[in-house]
Design a protein around this ligand. Structure first.
Ligand code: KG4
Ligand code: ZN
Length: 338
């Protein structure tokens, strides 16, 4: 069975084909067009600009995804179309949702609505046998729009246990990056600069690290970073590196502490990372080390880096575990939650 997955919830326009055979979910193609250069000029996403670009990209991106999956000419060999219905920017979601609705209607194939957040979780299932991921699992979804912890008892039984009360971790990285003139999105640059920075130079808070719940808060960290930047007379390159290392360390410490706490409480057999921030190598390495040191019997799963940030493949992968819906009823839901 082959599913075409379409993702347009934020600034990316992506289409991918994922095939399931007896033992695994295989990626046949994954095309991502980003309008990030446009947003870099404005220092962030202007929703109307994002949707306008997505309108231009959507058909060429789907065509390329079909071609790369070695489809023959004519009616494509696709069994269903999966689409992100939310959460995300309304204008951006509508571009994908309306395109998917039309494809389902004219190709006469099922349409499967998918939550973007489920997509980030199911990126972990691509390229492997789904049965290799043991449940219960804890998933940490951490991106520009979300920082959420969920417990997965089995497919279709996903329970949200906590999330950020203000800024998402990626949003905090992007905002702090902007303070020190890093290009948008700042996460990857912060990671690069942090490699040569001193994480102990700035004593930044680790908000809610010891709180009894599974919630997060990153806006205080952003304010603390702003205070440090204002106090610095000369923001030289080494100071920027040190600030990046200190910020990254603080964010990673909180993410890891809460994830492991959830894993213990729910006796998780696996931890699944997902979302753009989980492309961060230090986060991946430090969590792996902490699991090893804790002697917990937990398997850590991380998607390949290109599948951490937004993509259509994760939407197609999630669709294998979701129900179809009539093309007539499907709606974009910008504030969809887990
Ligand atoms: O999942 P994603 O592509 O979009 C949303 O659903 O929000 O995540 C984008 C976020 C941005 O905030 C970006 O700065 C962050 O992920 N990000 C990273 C890295 N790559 C992307 N943060 C830290 N380290 C990275 N390597
Ligand atoms: Zn995302």
């Amino acid at each position: 069975m082959k599913i075409l997955g379409i993702e347009t919830s934020c600034d990316e326009t992506s289409a991918a084909i994922v095939e399931s055979n007896k033992s695994s979910l295989n990626l046949l193609s994954n095309i991502v067009a980003s309008s990030v250069e446009l947003h870099a000029k404005t220092g962030g996403i202007i929703p109307e600009n994002a949707a306008r670009e997505q309108l231009r990209y959507i058909i060429p991106v789907i065509k390329e995804a079909l071609e790369k999956s070695e489809q023959k000419k004519g009616m494509p060999d696709i069994d269903a179309v999966a689409i992100t219905v939310g959460p995300g920017l309304m204008g951006s979601l509508v571009v994908g949702v309306e395109t998917a609705r039309v494809l389902s209607y004219i190709w006469k194939i099922p349409l499967i609505p998918v939550s973007h957040l489920y997509g980030h979780i199911y990126a972990n299932f691509i390229g492997r046998n789904p049965d290799d991921i043991p449940f219960p699992a804890i998933s940490l979804v951490v991106s520009g729009g979300h920082t959420d912890l969920v417990v997965i008892k089995k497919h279709k039984d996903i329970k949200w246990i906590g999330g950020t009360r203000d800024d998402a971790a990626g949003e905090a990285l992007d905002k702090i990056g902007r303070l020190i003139d890093l290009p948008y999105p700042a996460g990857p640059t912060i990671e690069k600069l942090a490699l040569e920075g001193d994480p102990k130079r700035f004593d930044l808070p680790r908000p809610m690290i010891g709180s009894p719940d599974f919630d997060f808060s990153f806006s205080g960290l952003k304010t603390a970073a702003l205070r440090e930047v204002k106090a610095i007379k000369k923001l030289d390159e080494q100071t920027k590196r040190d600030l990046c290392a200190s910020v990254q360390k603080a964010i990673i410490a909180v993410l890891i502490r809460k994830t492991l706490k959830a894993a213990r409480k729910y006796e998780a057999k696996s931890i699944l990372l997902g979302g753009g921030v989980t492309a961060n190598q230090s986060l991946r390495d430090e969590l792996e080390l902490e699991i090893e040191n804790s002697k917990l019997k937990i398997k850590l799963f991380v998607p390949t880096k290109s599948l951490c940030t937004d993509n259509g493949a994760m939407i197609a992968a999630a669709a294998f575990f979701q129900k179809e819906e009539s093309w007539k009823d499907m709606q974009a839901s910008p504030s969809l939650h887990f």
